[in-house]
Design a protein around this ligand. Structure first.
Ligand SMILES: Cc1ncc(COP(=O)(O)O)c(C=O)c1O
Length: 438
């Protein structure tokens, strides 16, 4: 830990116990490739990819150079009624990666903004088609969709909502497609597609003609890395199509190689109507998000008078020149490195290393897919979250950065991780779990 005297008492950090942080600040000074460096010179293997975002590894020279050049050339131009070449190129590059039939992208600055934008587009789409009854949303248990009021409303993690209500009304939730029979399954559970039938029930309860959209992460991310059972997403798609409900995939984590394809939509063979992206889009180097929509959704907005603004929505920094430059360089680098193929190649090894934790003390479940993994450890009696925190602290002290979310350890390294580094990550976890008294 860093010297506490270096911490500003003005700094209020997200999702952080501030008083504890001020006593024991965790600081990083620089980063390169797979590693962070602390102010006291320790090299820490980043098994979190920053926060699921630095997919191509830290400090990639081509991304750094693109940002520098962009800043010197055009610091800012609004995207309201004007644009710049990098925004055009970025739109084309992104759509070239998207599932067939998804043709347009609206840029935001974060995943949260992307989700709120997607929810607004969904309602406005139905409105544009003269179907103003469709205003309701359906989310899913353990879903995380950012911290805007819209995203929080559709999210499925109750403790994050506790202090902020009232949220959007008219939101209901699907159950998590998971049960104890799926513990320690490698990748997608074979059974469990029938969990999608809960959508048929919910639609029935709500009156399907009043529902605007269903939003799910194809693989539940922050809520605990729950891969979808085989056939589950297909069934959600069928039901949405059948009832005229839009399907939104929140691909903020699963996009850009994390599960071995451009998007989880392609990996699982299910095309949504809208898709939210952020994080890996710019390799975490400049904030950016976006909503990718199908041609059908976009065209629904284009039926009015041509001089009218079709979507009354946007942000000062939508398609910011630095973000577009970082995004273009990132997508180019992904092609050069063959990131998707790299993930496909290493993920069986990743999965076997992850599953080898089964049987170690305190390990209740391990879930993994692509280069994602969550390890549930048993909570200590009367001290929920403490064991998870201690495991993460042990790993940090031994040179590996993992994320503890309560008693769940989440691992999502940059996608350039080597086999030796995968071994190091899981060996460190193994050692942590074997520590007496942890
Ligand atoms: C699936 C998903 N959606 C949305 C968000 C929110 O993104 P941001 O933190 O960039 O606002 C996140 C962040 O972790 C996420 O995982």
């Amino acid at each position: 830990m860093t010297d506490a005297s270096t911490v500003s008492h003005a700094f209020w950090a997200p999702f952080t116990p501030m008083r504890q942080f001020q006593q024991q600040p965790m600081m990083f000074e620089s980063a390169e490739g797979m590693y962070y460096r602390t102010p006291d010179g320790r090299k820490i293997l980043d098994a979190m990819a920053g926060l699921w975002c630095v997919n191509a590894g830290h400090g990639q020279p081509s991304i750094v150079q693109a940002i520098q050049e962009a800043a010197a050339r055009l610091d800012f131009v609004s995207s309201f009624k004007m644009s710049h070449p990098a925004a055009q190129a970025m739109s084309d590059a992104l759509i070239a990666l998207a599932p067939e039939g998804m043709t347009n992208v609206f840029f935001t600055n974060s995943g949260s903004e992307a989700v709120d934008t997607a929810l607004k587009i969904a309602r406005a789409y139905h409105q544009a088609r003269g179907d103003s009854r469709r205003t309701k949303f359906i989310g899913r248990a353990k879903g995380y969709h950012g911290m805007g009021f819209g995203g929080l409303s559709v999210s499925g993690i109750g403790r994050q909502k506790r202090d902020f209500g009232p949220l959007l009304g008219e939101v209901s939730h699907l159950p998590l497609p998971y049960d104890a029979s799926m513990r320690f399954s490698a990748g997608q559970p074979e059974q469990g597609a029938s969990y999608a039938e809960a959508l048929a029930q919910l639609l029935d309860i709500q009156d399907p003609g009043t529902v605007a959209a269903v939003i799910v992460e194809p693989v539940t991310g922050s809520g605990g890395v729950y891969p979808p059972p085989v056939g589950y997403l297909q069934r959600l798609r069928e039901l949405c199509t059948q009832h005229g409900v839009l399907l939104i995939f929140d691909e903020v984590i699963t996009g850009f190689g994390r599960v071995g394809g451009n998007f989880a939509a392609q990996v699982f063979g299910v095309t949504p109507d809208l898709m939210t992206v952020a994080k890996g889009l710019t390799n975490g180097a400049v904030p950016m998000g976006g909503v990718i929509v199908s041609s059908d959704v976009y065209q629904a907005f284009m039926a009015g008078p041509p001089q009218a603004v079709e979507l009354m929505h946007g942000y000062t920094y939508s398609a910011h020149p630095l973000a577009c430059a970082a995004g273009l360089a990132t997508l180019r680098l992904h092609q050069e490195l063959g990131i998707n193929a790299m993930v496909q190649e290493i993920s069986p090894f990743w999965q076997s290393q992850a599953l080898a934790l089964k049987g170690l003390p305190h390990v209740n479940d391990v879930r993994s897919i692509g280069l994602l993994c969550a390890v549930d450890v048993a909570p200590r009696a009367g001290a929920a979250g403490m064991r998870g925190a201690d495991v993460a602290r042990y790993c940090f002290e031994h040179g590996v950065l993992v994320r503890a979310s309560g008693d769940m350890i989440v691992i999502s390294p940059p996608l350039i991780v080597s086999q030796a580094q995968v071994e190091q990550i899981f060996e460190c976890l193994r050692q942590a779990l074997l520590v007496d008294g942890i």
